[in-house]
Design a protein around this ligand. Structure first.
Ligand SMILES: Nc1nc2c(ncn2[C@@H]2O[C@H](COP(=O)(O)OP(=O)(O)OP(=O)(O)O)[C@@H](O)[C@H]2O)c(=O)[nH]1
Ligand SMILES: Nc1nc2c(ncn2[C@@H]2O[C@H](COP(=O)(O)OP(=O)(O)OP(=O)(O)O)[C@@H](O)[C@H]2O)c(=O)[nH]1
Length: 436
């Protein structure tokens, strides 16, 4: 399930961002209707000759108030912690610098494959100079030019060769979920509280997929769960742990490995910009989502508190209107017992497949109530719809002219579909296709 992760490391100005963008290329899709998602990317998906992987630009993880040397150290350590393959980037323009040597010393200790790439080799003459870099001790240097797009194919071939063997995922029927949120919202406390619930049976806590630690448990009703990515929680105490970019990156990695994502908010501090960014990534990834408001015990409450908080969330996270909200406390354990059941329901909805005949009844009823829009005497005609995939449920609607399907009419159809089937917690995608 998890894609291999490639990290690009190197001292400032060697061209990490340039190379990251080259590797990721146009493949990155930026969903335009998710506010708050940063456009500057540090983690993205890519693919090379049939191999899917994720890329991290550690240079983008800015550890702002740290001195320069520590920054390099932290970035290299993040790469070692998070990646399956590390690309150590240097530059032919400056040759080997002290900072390069410092990075090299940290990477020697990495128990992960390191590929040395020499950037800014913009022409054939410069190729002669790459031999100096053998002295760094990482084998053959790969000459590349980020700005001219040279040498990237060979580099990607070398990267892909180092990917770990596709591990046979133990086939189990457990529901994979993760808790994401900015630092201090109470993710670790919730994990412990969920596992500590009465009659929850924790089966094994063993490293399964690569460096991630998955925790498997079974609830009293017999549902099996896998809690993804508690490894980050064990690594507490490193300086970079509390930086925003790092928590966003960890969140994206956890989202990749989950069926259902719990977006954890802190009732005490309210909603912050960073919460919106993190939630935006979960939404874009198309996972099942539950909004968990933790530390509910810290608020002085009256009859309106819950509704006001909920209204605030609905306003700030308008694109997550499908996500249920649950107000909990890791300390008093309020409502925590309901959480596994809610996760199971969202997972089921995320995998839901509906019959075409029922779907078309819903669509035709919808059109009867609210006729399709028309433009210049031409009317949008909807012929039929069919579900083409799950996780998330995706529907193709055949129409006479896809351009005539306005956002508001599509939203109307989506709402009718949601009223007819339980899609609580899952995004659903509608795709219009032309049919004569
Ligand atoms: N000549 C040449 N310049 C390059 C090449 N790749 C990147 N550069 C330039 O090198 C400079 C640094 O590139 P970035 O991609 O920002 O480097 P970085 O390593 O991400 O830098 P930090 O964000 O400071 O860590 C920019 O001015 C780029 O235009 C290349 O292949 N050839
Ligand atoms: N009052 C109250 N405090 C809580 C609750 N949940 C967590 N805390 C406290 O909030 C602080 C942060 O909790 P953690 O569980 O470490 O938060 P985290 O999200 O895992 O933090 P990072 O690992 O830094 O991302 C701790 O002091 C917890 O005791 C809660 O429900 N109520």
């Amino acid at each position: 399930m998890a894609n291999p992760i490639v990290a690009v490391v190197g001292r400032p100005n060697v061209g990490k961002s340039t190379i990251f963008n080259r590797i990721v290329g146009d493949r990155i899709s930026i969903v335009e209707d998710t506010p708050g998602v940063t456009r500057d990317r540090i983690y993205a998906h890519s693919e090379w000759i049939g191999h899917k992987f994720s890329v991290i630009d550690t240079g983008g993880i800015d550890i702002s108030d740290e001195p320069f040397v520590n920054q390099i150290q932290d970035q290299a350590e993040i790469a070692i912690d998070e990646a399956d393959v590390i690309v150590f980037l240097v530059s032919v323009k400056e040759g080997i610098t002290d900072a390069d040597e410092k990075v090299a010393r940290i990477l020697y200790k990495a128990n992960k494959p390191v590929i040395l790439a020499v950037n800014k080799v913009d022409n054939a003459e410069l190729r002669q100079e790459i031999y100096d870099f053998y002295s760094l001790g990482f084998g053959d240097p790969y000459p590349i030019s980020g700005s001219h797009g040279l040498g990237l194919g060979d580099l990607l071939d070398a990267i892909v060769k180092e990917f770990p063997e596709e591990k046979q995922e133990e086939q189990d029927d457990s529901i994979r979920f993760s808790l994401i949120g900015r630092p201090n919202v109470g993710k670790s406390s919730l994990v412990n509280a969920i596992l500590g619930e009465d009659r929850v049976i924790v089966s094994d806590i063993a490293g399964t997929t690569r460096d991630a630690i998955d925790t498997k448990f079974t609830t009293p009703t017999g549902t099996h769960f896998t809690m993804v990515d508690t490894a980050g929680m064990r690594k507490k105490g490193k300086v970079y742990e509390n930086t925003e970019r790092y928590s966003v990156m960890r969140a994206m990695k956890a989202i990749d490995n989950s069926n259902v994502v719990l977006v954890v908010l802190n009732a005490e501090e309210g909603i912050r910009e960073q919460d919106k960014r993190i939630a935006g990534y979960a939404h874009e990834a198309g996972r099942g989502i539950i909004i968990v408001v933790n530390k509910w015990d810290t608020l002085k409450k009256d009859n309106h508190t819950l509704h006001e908080f909920e209204a605030g969330i609905r306003e700030q996270f308008a694109y997550l209107s499908y996500a249920p909200i649950i107000f909990v406390s890791a300390v008093t354990k309020q409502r925590l017992a309901q959480l596994p059941e809610l996760i199971a329901r969202v997972d089921q909805n995320h995998r839901r497949r509906v019959q075409s005949s029922t779907l078309n009844d819903v669509i035709m009823d919808a059109i009867a109530i609210n006729p399709t829009p028309s433009d210049n005497g031409k009317r949008l005609r909807v012929y039929y719809g069919t579900q083409v995939s799950t996780e998330p449920p995706t529907f193709v609607i055949f129409v006479n002219d896809p351009d005539m399907m306005h956002f508001s009419y599509e939203r109307f159809l989506e709402n009718r579909i949601r009223e007819a089937f339980d899609f609580t917690g899952t995004p659903i995608h509608l795709i219009e296709r032309h049919r004569k």
